[in-house]
Write a protein that binds this ligand. Structure first.
Ligand code: EPU
Length: 423
């Protein structure tokens, strides 16, 4: 397994181009199942999760061509609407094929994702919503077996705000017979990006960006062109890296307003941030102040930035509470940060962080994607060398992070599992 070796203590300067959003690209790839014509995409990030999703779609019969960040997907010949356990267990987002398969083919067999490192994460809301649209669903042998002649429009109020749940039901509703109203819909920009692609494919959706989506089902969808939105979490991670390590970095190809909650917390920490239409300049030349953080649904502070702010608070002046309200088990980075000399205790869904003047490099283990990012940030400001093990988690969701960090002056290198030596 590859590791990342980080020599801490360097400030960061230069420019970083932010990639397309993982959590927009994944549902968008699945949306291409809805038409028997090519969907042409730009700004698709080069990530392990995107390759896994492509492999899943290809084994269903999808034809795909990729070139750099461009991808053309043609679902004309899809004839195997099955998502096997072997692929779903490696990536929960595979559940996103359920809605589109059922809507276009009237049948779908999708493995239940099961638990994951950041919590139980059930998919009951996806299933309940599809049942409300008339689907017959059986759970057998670890699989969701769904059938429908044609889905029917329905009024659906989900019990909680769910991002992939909203996306699955939206993709099902666009081909359903009649009107579907999705109440309590997730407002995340990635949901909006998916909705914009669906509209470009001929779907009729009102209320994009709000918590009430109204969809008039159509008979069929056609091909489309679409550019995936910028990854706000990748951008937020680089903002945090500069806030923690110090420096002067400009992020290009970002959507600053999708980061409002993150930017306002960073300003509270003492970071200087200037913003333009599609860029952000972040400057920091002192120790940050600790800032209290409480995760919530968009537009509030994202759970996907919680771990990175924990790393920032770990080296800040003062102390702060970090409250996680979305996932019940998303503090696994805490004990690893403590191995680097952080002072963090956890009680239930609240972490108490007392900032330390310095961290000291050590070998630490990545446990999930954003936990990995927090360890990298901590490593950038720790004294000496930090070795982050199991960085396959990082590769799932960050497009060449070590190259981007190296270009802005960090001393980071990948130690390949088969390189021998110390790793
Ligand atoms: N939930 C249920 N039942 C459901 C669906 C969700 O109980 O049927 C619960 C979950 O267990 C959780 C809460 O509702 O406690 C919210 O979960 P949500 O469904 O919104 O999460 P998700 O759709 O599985 C997406 C992102 C995550 C991100 C969350 C929250 C994708 C592919 N994944 O997950 O991204 O943390 O929304 O914003 O979009 C990441 O990128 O590192 C990542 C984990």
């Amino acid at each position: 397994m590859d590791k990342l070796a980080i020599e801490g203590g360097r400030t960061l300067s230069g420019e970083v181009r932010i990639s397309g959003a993982k959590n927009a690209a994944l549902p968008i790839l699945c949306a291409s199942l809805l038409a028997a014509e090519p969907v042409n995409l730009e700004n698709v990030p080069d990530l392990k999760d995107v390759r896994t999703m492509l492999a899943l779609l290809e084994q269903m019969g999808m034809r795909a061509e990729t070139s750099g960040g461009a991808m053309s997907l043609d679902a004309t010949h899809v004839d195997n609407p099955v998502a096997p356990y072997e692929l779903v267990k490696t990536m929960r987002a595979s559940i996103l094929v359920l809605g589109p398969l059922l809507a276009r083919f009237g049948t779908a067999t999708v493995s239940l994702p099961g638990g994951c490192a950041i919590g139980a994460r059930p998919v009951d809301q996806h299933i309940r919503g599809l049942q409300a649209m008339g689907a017959h669903i059986e759970l057998a042998h670890g699989y969701i077996e769904a059938r429908a002649t044609r889905l029917k429009g329905a009024h659906i109020v989900t019990d909680m705000i769910t991002v992939t749940g909203t996306e699955n039901l939206l993709m099902a509703a666009v081909l359903a017979d009649g009107e579907t109203v999705l109440e309590n819909a997730a407002r995340e920009p990635e949901v909006g990006d998916l909705a914009h692609l669906l509209v470009a494919m001929g779907a009729k959706i009102d209320g994009i960006g709000t918590d009430r989506l109204v969809i008039q089902g159509v008979e069929k969808l056609h091909g489309a062109y679409h550019t995936v939105i910028a990854d706000r979490i990748e951008a937020g991670t680089f903002l945090c890296a500069v806030a923690a390590a110090g420096g002067d970095v400009t992020l290009r190809q970002v959507r600053p307003h999708t980061l409002d909650a993150v930017i306002s917390k960073l300003r509270e920490a003492g970071v200087t941030i200037e913003e333009g239409d599609d860029w952000l300049r972040v400057r920091m030349n002192r120790r940050p102040h600790a800032v209290a953080v409480r995760t919530s649904e968009y537009p509030a502070f994202p759970t996907d930035m919680q771990a990175q702010f924990m790393a920032l608070n770990a080296i800040a002046k003062g102390s702060a509470q970090v409250v996680e309200t979305i996932f019940e088990n998303r503090f696994m980075h805490v004990q690893e940060l403590n191995r680097l000399g952080a002072h963090i205790t956890v009680d239930g869904n609240t972490a108490f962080v007392t900032g330390m003047p310095a961290l000291s490099g050590a070998t630490v283990m990545a446990t999930d994607l954003r936990a990995s990012a927090s360890l990298v940030i901590a490593g950038l400001c720790a004294q000496g060398e930090t070795l982050v093990d199991r960085i396959y988690h990082l590769d799932r969701g960050y497009d060449r992070m070590e190259d981007k960090l190296t270009r802005i002056g960090a001393n980071v290198r990948r130690v390949s599992a088969n390189a021998g030596g110390r790793a």
